[in-house]
Design a protein around this ligand. Structure first.
Ligand code: GLN
Length: 488
């Protein structure tokens, strides 16, 4: 293999980059410089990054040990995860000017594995949204079609991977925010089991639903990142103290004889016919690889979105109370008294979607409504969890579209309710605390452009190795992951 030129370095995946680094055909410093050139050329059009620090990254890269699991691999980070010394805006004006005073545990673990964080990616404000349009700071575009959204809320991370502006990225997923943008941008994204990856240093949106996970070009790369970030953390009492398998070692296992469940409730009215065609073809493909496909039922599916928007907003209203102008970021000028300080700081600092959710969340927690909404939602959440537990006694994994639609036009979904429905297939996994992955499975032709489609695989708690294995078998038997967007 001839060593790639600086121009085609950014197109490599993590595994290929790793072998070049280990053979000393390129140096970690060169990798950062090539990435910098690519980002400077492309990002004015894509808008994936909120901040970049190549100087620090280059210094760190020069000292990296390429024999480490991710030695010298640059990694992009969603701007809701703290990276020591770097801005952490959460896509909000309220955190403008705030710099993180420490590394999140996931960042510490990546550094220990040799990876080099170099930039923070755009997101919906506090991860609330499905298109990255709720960012108060920047507009991110889908590299496959620049007038369309990249999905959200980890839209910057997914767009960066699709546009070869990063080799790997971290996102966070509360109701679909890794899987849905991965689907819209034609890349791979995993939401790990609740508790698999530490949330320490992830700015909390909905603490009982949030998880950090990788966004990558290939399934193998996601397994490599999972190997580095998974595991128990004494700083996060909800992190699970369970052994972490070697996710890469398990990839090549045969899928023959595995049982894949097709939830009949996921074949809904309103699914784009091109999405349905692609999913049908993917099911046939998995079947031809030896997996058995069985229809299953998750009767509580229809309640998932409603339950999510009660629980997530309730938790958000409590979590976001800390942004009061006293401790972090923006502070209103010349307050009359402390209540005026709190009120105006929040009025000026938060965008409309965040305010809507704080109001909703406060409402469902208020006395008199607590029992009718919040408590009832918790009970239905338990039923959703049981639905999945029952189904996973019969099948090894579930299969569905990641999203019923492909990337929509910027500005097209102005109605918040319409936006909430974009997550109909991803939200239940967070409520149940199970794991899920989105892997590219084809394209829709829309207005003369190709728009990516994602296949979702859901696994029972702590079964990441299984969904990675199935996704890998599928990916290796297709060419979808090799397609690159037309952007140059
Ligand atoms: N789109 C969903 C929401 O707006 C999920 C977001 C997420 O997973 N962070 O809440």
């Amino acid at each position: 293999m001839t060593p790639p030129t600086r121009n085609d370095l950014p197109a490599l995946n993590v595994a290929d980059l790793q072998s070049l680094l280990r053979r000393r055909e390129i140096s970690p410093g060169e990798v950062i410089r090539a990435l910098r050139e690519r980002i400077e050329a492309i990002d004015p059009n894509v808008g994936a990054y909120l901040s970049l620090d190549f100087d620090t990254a280059e210094r760190e890269a020069e000292h990296s040990n390429v024999e480490l699991p991710l030695g010298g691999i640059p990694i992009a980070i969603k701007d809701i995860i703290n990276v020591n010394g770097q801005p952490c805006t959460c896509g909000s004006k309220i955190l403008k000017g705030y710099h993180a005073p420490y590394d999140a545990t996931a960042i510490q673990k990546l550094r220990a594995a040799g990876a080099v964080p170099f930039g923070k990616t755009n997101l919906d404000e506090f991860a609330m949204g499905s298109s990255t349009e709720n960012s108060a700071l920047k507009s991110t575009r889908n590299p496959w079609h620049l007038s369309r959204v990249p999905g959200g809320s980890s839209g910057g991370s997914a767009a960066a991977i699709a546009a070869d502006e990063a080799f790997a990225a971290l996102g966070s997923d509360t109701g679909g925010s890794i899987r849905q943008p991965a689907a819209f941008c034609g890349v791979v994204g995993i939401k790990p089991t609740y508790g698999r990856v530490s949330r320490f240093g992830l700015v909390a949106f909905a603490s009982s639903l949030d998880q950090i996970g990788p966004v990558t070009k290939t399934v193998r790369d996601s397994a490599l990142i999972m190997n580095a970030i998974a595991g128990h953390d004494p700083h996060d009492s909800t992190s699970l103290n369970e052994p972490v398998p070697d996710y890469v070692a398990g990839l090549e296992k045969d899928v023959r004889g595995l049982r894949l469940g097709l939830p009949k409730e996921y074949m809904i009215e309103g699914t784009d016919p091109q999405v349905r065609t692609a999913i049908d073809a993917a099911i046939k493909q998995l079947n031809s690889l030896g997996a058995e496909i069985v229809e299953v039922s998750l009767p509580t599916t229809e309640y998932a979105v409603a339950v999510y928007y009660i629980i997530a907003t309730a938790e958000a209203s409590a979590n976001l109370a800390r942004f009061d102008g006293v401790r972090y970021g923006h502070r209103a000028h010349n307050p009359k008294d402390v209540l005026d300080l709190y009120g105006r700081t929040r009025e000026e600092g938060f965008g409309p979607e965040v305010k809507r959710r704080i109001i909703l969340g406060t409402y469902v927690l208020s006395s008199g409504y607590y029992d009718a909404y919040y408590l009832r939602a918790q009970k239905v959440r338990e039923l959703i969890r049981r639905d999945f537990a029952g189904v996973f006694e019969k099948v090894d994994a579930l299969i569905s579209p990641t999203s019923p639609i492909t990337a929509f036009k910027v500005g097209e979904r102005a109605d918040p309710l319409q936006m909430y429905l974009a997550d109909i297939f991803t939200i239940a996994a967070n409520l149940a605390g199970i794991c899920g992955i989105s892997v590219p499975c084809g394209f829709a032709e829309v207005d003369g452009h190709r728009l990516p489609i994602g296949l979702q695989l859901l696994g029972k708690a702590l079964d990441e190795a299984r969904i990675l294995q199935i996704a890998y078998a599928y990916e290796q038997s297709t060419n979808w992951h090799k397609a690159r967007p037309p952007i140059r």
